[in-house]
Design a protein around this ligand. Structure first.
Ligand code: KIV
Length: 294
């Protein structure tokens, strides 16, 4: 653990709910969301005053090192959701349903969605897709589980989309996205993530919907914004989408810190006196005389 003194920015807030999301949309107050996959990050995000934490299946890429999100399992997600729920309480906690946990049948989708709330302490679930997911979404919501939709670049369909590419750039694709957004709203979603679509289109969809949109690579006209925390911290450096604003250069900073530690160990400069556990002289003398008696 570092001993570098920090001045934490601590904002104590009451619980953010789906109702808060709705209120914020009405008052035109932007909603802030970031991803987290572990206890410490969740704690820091809560202390910083984030509205919502998404335990995204981006976990697969930025934490588990997969090429895509497709290998992520329910067990992976629940494990990390539990850690996040132990670290934060006041933000709205959203668990991302992994590939194949909601596509097979609406019943299976409901059973898996329920696990995010019952076992992992989440407040809501997110799942990708439009019209093809309506039955699953309706059934999940009918059980009292809030659902946030996800349209545009839906990473679980990366192979169908031909890569991680922007969506909705053609007029007909834009029209289709708007229709799907309405279908998700009508099915009862409390919000929709819009990923990698033109800013104009996202703004138009946001204005047409009563529920808030959360943009990632979708411009400033959305009702809220989300980023993958490892991207905005500059921690994940395999690639950085163009729409990411980096708020730190953690990859470089951590590399420097690790180098310094290695150097300190090699030069015997760590641990120093202040990192060592003291033993009183009297106890040490007793210890030596105990040895001498043997
Ligand atoms: O998995 C994730 O982190 C996401 C966000 C990119 C919205 O789905």
């Amino acid at each position: 653990m570092s001993t570098i003194p920090t001045a934490p920015i601590q904002i104590v807030r009451k619980k953010i709910t789906t109702y808060t999301f709705q209120e914020k949309k009405k008052k035109r107050e932007p909603i802030s969301m970031l991803t987290a996959y572990d206890y410490s990050t969740a704690q820091i995000l809560e202390q910083a005053g984030i509205d919502s934490i998404l335990v995204g299946d981006s976990l697969g890429m930025v934490v588990l090192g997969y090429e895509t999100t497709l290998p992520v399992t329910m067990d992976d997600m629940l494990h990390h959701c539990k850690a996040v729920a132990r670290g934060a309480n006041s933000p709205l906690l959203i668990g991302d349903m992994p590939f194949m946990s909601y596509q097979i049948s609406a019943q299976e989708a409901l059973r898996n969605a329920g696990r995010f709330l019952q076992e992992a302490g989440m407040d809501a679930v997110k799942l990708e897709g439009g019209v093809a997911r309506l039955d699953a979404i309706r059934l999940i919501i009918s059980a009292g589980i809030p659902v946030i939709g996800h349209l545009g670049l839906t990473p679980q369909s990366v192979h169908q989309l031909g890569g991680f590419r922007a969506q909705g750039k053609l007029a007909t694709a834009g029209q289709h996205l708007l229709e799907e957004a309405h279908l998700l709203q009508d099915a009862g979603c409390f919000s929709i993530v819009l990923e990698a679509i033109p800013a104009k289109l996202a703004e138009h969809i946001s204005k047409k919907l009563d529920i808030p949109t959360i943009g990632i690579g979708a411009g400033a006209g959305c009702d809220g914004q989300v980023l993958v925390t490892h991207d905005m911290l500059g921690l994940f450096n395999r690639f950085t989408p163009r729409f990411v604003k980096k708020y730190a250069e953690s990859h470089g900073d951590l590399t420097r810190a690790f180098h310094e530690y290695i150097k300190d160990v090699e030069n015997r400069e760590f641990p120093a006196k202040e990192h060592c556990i003291e033993m009183k002289d009297v106890e040490w003398d007793k210890f030596i005389s105990l040895l001498a008696k043997k």
